[in-house]
Design a protein. Structure first.
Length: 566
């Protein structure tokens, strides 16, 4: 491709709203343009990168026996109502009516649709199957940001394994896990697997693949001493023993005290935060509940959602708290409460001598024995793990860091096959639901993750596997016939050798050409100028590190052909 004819609209300045490095560089380097919040046009350079990511994913999916589909993006709402996700997903699901006033949705994902197709399987002999597509997905994100990292419209590879039993699912899950590891290696990103919540997808087990980055929206807990890694939504850690001070249940006055910190300050010996019970009034699927945490711990809402299987969780309003418990926030507790569901964090199990609100303004209880005084309906892991806490496996201090989710794999089980009627006959002639797995990779998100992990102050540094071009031939003087003849000859020979090459034949200053080449991130630059041509040489510059060497013009093609560089 000739730069003079290409559409590569590089910018001098960062976009005003750019927060993430990838957003800034992909926009400045002419890879993407925003149409509206969360919707991006993929320009020619961006399309070339995305196509290479697409190819790598398809090759690895085909390697494990995947068969490619392309399913509709518009789904009748009835299908999503049947699975329950029409209500579960809520406002992130794009909904609309067609001209016949029928309810429809835009594809958030495709578990339901693939499960319906699996209904055409009839026998165990038809299994296992691995089906996949690379398709546009739509999610009405409330706050799209960071360029293509969080958007409303994106391309995703979603695949689905279909097996007769759970042993088969385990095998399919492992094959996808291995395929994902190969994909990320080929994309040039360091992605680690972490335990994760299944969220709205459901299922018994899920693993996320994370790239460490300050631009990430997920928090990961990991141990530097062993292989424990988990999304914060699933992470657990050991807690040090807390010495209790058992006593009789007794009400005492706490005038004007409304917070954990204020109570601890007023009664330091009696009520340090670790000996307080924090009472949170939540509305879970329209029903009130009390959620109990240790005073120095924070609730992680996704853990509550996972523990209850709820579709809607919100904090209660002040008037609701008073209606249900007779007091305001800061004086609430679960002692003697029978009429509301009580869900407690495991850190409170067996605790005695605790302090909690008395459901009377300006009063608390001390000497609370959780087992004796509180009727707990459900125990669950609800708390947020903090950096420095002890690893649940080896006891070493854990780290907490931000990551970009570049892939997610789920063991769905039979949820969708049962709902959509995907049953097969087993060897005994008995009808059994197909056991499913679901596996996703976002293409644009991986593009952004690569940039987040591979850039410098000058611009992007693409791995060769996904770079839009492998080489840019930069002609320093387009008005010099000898220079242009040598540059054109290299351009022709490189293309004939199968090397994807861009020739910069623009009548611009050398500094501007170098800056643009470094901004868009082409792995190799061959610089051709009058002095070098006269000496029979060119300059070969590696984008990573910007190291430059002089090379004979006659050696350029052999050096840059596949396998010619290390």
């Amino acid at each position: 491709m000739r730069w003079s004819q290409a559409f590569i609209p590089t910018l001098r300045d960062d976009p005003a709203d750019a927060e993430a490095v990838s957003h800034r560089l992909l926009t400045r380097a002419g890879y993407i343009r925003q149409l509206a919040a969360g919707h991006y046009s993929m320009l020619p350079l961006g399309q070339r990168v995305r196509a290479k990511i697409d190819r790598i994913i398809r090759e690895e999916m085909d390697r494990i026996g995947g068969q490619q589909f392309h399913l509709p993006a518009v789904h009748p709402a009835e299908i999503w109502k049947r699975s329950g996700r029409y209500q579960l997903i809520g406002d992130e699901l794009f909904r609309f009516k067609d001209r016949k006033q029928a309810d429809n949705v835009l594809g958030f994902t495709h578990e339901e649709i693939f499960a319906m197709l699996a209904g055409e399987l009839s026998s165990y002999r038809d299994l296992p199957q691995i089906w996949y597509q690379i398709q546009t997905k739509f999610r009405d994100e409330p706050r799209p940001k960071s360029g293509v990292l969080r958007v409303r419209e994106f391309t995703m590879k979603d695949s689905y394994s279909l097996d007769l039993d759970w042993d088969g699912l385990d095998h399919s899950f492992d094959r996808h896990y291995d395929a994902y590891r190969r994909i990320f290696t080929r994309l040039g990103v360091t992605a680690v697997d972490v335990e994760a919540s299944s969220g709205a997808m459901g299922g018994s087990q899920s693993v996320e693949f994370m790239v460490r980055s300050p631009a990430g929206e997920d928090w990961i807990v990991s141990c530097p001493n062993c292989d424990y890694r988990a999304n914060l939504e699933r992470a657990v850690a050991r807690l040090p023993e807390v010495e209790d001070q058992p006593g009789e249940l007794e009400e005492f006055a706490t005038p004007e005290i409304r917070t954990i910190a204020a109570l601890a300050e007023a009664f330091p010996a009696l009520a340090p935060p670790e000996r307080q019970i924090k009472t949170l009034v939540q509305v879970i699927d329209d029903e009130p509940a009390l959620v109990l945490m240790r005073g120095d711990h924070d609730l992680l809402e996704q853990k509550l959602i996972d523990a209850t299987g709820s579709t809607r969780v919100r904090p209660a309003q002040a008037d609701e708290m008073r209606q249900w418990l007779g007091a305001s926030a800061g004086s609430l507790g679960a002692v003697g409460v029978e009429q509301l569901t009580v869900i407690a964090d495991h850190a409170l199990e067996g605790r005695r001598g605790m302090v909690t609100g008395a459901n009377k303004d300006d009063f608390h209880f001390r000497g609370v024995d959780v087992a004796r005084d509180i009727k707990v309906d459900k125990w669950a892991d609800l708390r947020t793990v903090e950096a420095g806490e002890a690893c649940v496996r080896c006891g070493s201090p854990v780290e907490v860091w931000r990551g970009i989710e570049v892939g997610h794999i789920f063991k769905l089980g039979t949820k969708y096959s049962e709902l959509m009627g995907a049953y097969v006959q087993d060897e005994k002639g008995e009808s059994r639901p197909v056991v499913m797995g679901s596996y996703g990779i976002g293409l644009e998100r991986n593009m952004a993750a690569i940039v987040e992990a591979s850039h410098d102050e000058r611009g992007i540094i693409w791995p060769e596997s996904v770079a839009p071009y492998r080489v840019v031939v930069t002609a320093l003087r387009v008005d010099d016939p000898a220079t242009m003849s040598a540059a054109e000859n290299l351009y022709r020979l490189l293309r004939e050798a199968g090397v994807e090459t861009l020739i910069d034949d623009r009548p611009e200053r050398p500094g501007e050409k170098f800056a643009d080449a470094e901004l868009i991130g082409i792995p190799w630059r061959v610089t051709v100028g009058p002095k070098g041509v006269a000496a029979g040489t060119a300059e070969l510059t590696r984008r990573a590190g910007l190291s430059t060497e002089e090379i004979a013009l006659t050696d350029v093609v052999n050096r840059l052909a596949e396998g010619g560089l290390s």
